[in-house]
Design a protein around this ligand. Structure first.
Ligand code: CIR
Length: 269
């Protein structure tokens, strides 16, 4: 069921400051630890961009025990209708959910929990106008997708389970909804046919990591180290805000990962 406002219309966000331990964040391939000051600078610029896009940002304190807790997108999902506490697929991240739960319970009347024992990471969830896509991955399994789908139904949202290409961390590592009917994505994910009914803009070869962009209201946040993607978006008429993601990229993250975003109907605008 199409929502009344674009799915990328947001006025509220939650982020978490990086802990010193962020330099030990999980990564599939080790190209060396990120630099703490570099991550902090990328995070600060990101928060500024969220605020400039019109979001009221709640900044949570760092959690030393959870190196990847800066990536608040993964342990929860948030919508105007309510929040869902997720069960992250990597054991080292599972405790992040309990750290977010009280914050979400203060902000949302409805906070749902996944039934059963399956796993789902927020990075595997792409919200489109007519349904929420749940990408199966090394972090999200079929049981988790089923339990999450049931929660989404309770919030009045339709969902569909799809597959993330092998070797890609999260479904949204390789895609971002940049228009109601258009996805920025990689050739490998587009080729899998998951975006039937949507237009696709394909990241240039060698810039696959640019697909983890973020549409917020009138702007698209994109990694500043991906000039050909930025030019492509620019020429397609998007208002692009380039942001450095080199340090967080060392621990497999991009621009969607560092916030939970929603439209809070109790706020103005
Ligand atoms: C992890 O492996 O869980 C983190 N190092 C990166 C998480 C990135 N999150 C996301 O794509 N939503």
């Amino acid at each position: 069921m199409p929502l009344a406002r674009p799915v990328y219309r947001f006025n509220a966000a939650i982020v978490r400051e990086p802990s010193a331990s962020v330099v030990k964040g999980l990564r599939a391939v080790d190209h060396g630890d990120p630099d703490y000051d570099g991550v902090a600078a990328e995070h600060a610029a990101y928060v500024e961009a969220l605020e400039a896009a019109g979001l009221a940002v709640t900044v949570l304190p760092p959690l030393e025990a959870f190196p990847d807790s800066i990536f608040v997108e993964d342990p929860a999902l948030v919508f105007s209708a309510g929040a869902i506490l997720l069960r992250p697929g990597n054991a080292a991240r599972r405790g992040e959910t309990a750290q977010l739960a009280p914050v979400l319970k203060r902000r949302f009347e409805t906070v749902l929990e996944m039934a059963g024992t399956g796993f789902a990471d927020g990075g595997d969830i792409l919200v489109t106008p007519d349904r929420v896509l749940i990408g199966l991955s090394a972090r999200t399994n079929a049981a988790g997708a089923g339990a999450l789908g049931a929660c989404l139904t309770r919030l009045g949202l339709a969902s569909k389970t799809v597959t993330t290409p092998p070797g890609v961390l999260h479904f949204k590592t390789d895609c971002a909804l940049i228009e109601e009917n258009c996805v920025l994505t990689t050739a490998r994910l587009a080729a899998s046919g998951v975006f039937d009914g949507l237009e696709t803009l394909i990241t240039p070869e060698g810039e696959e990591a640019a697909a983890n962009a973020l549409r917020l209201n009138d702007v698209v946040l994109a990694g500043s180290q991906f000039p050909r993607t930025i030019e492509m978006l620019d020429q397609a008429g998007y208002n692009v805000v380039p942001l450095a993601t080199e340090q967080i990229g060392r621990i497999d993250a991009g621009l969607s990962c560092m916030s939970l975003r929603w439209f809070d109907e109790t706020l103005d605008g």
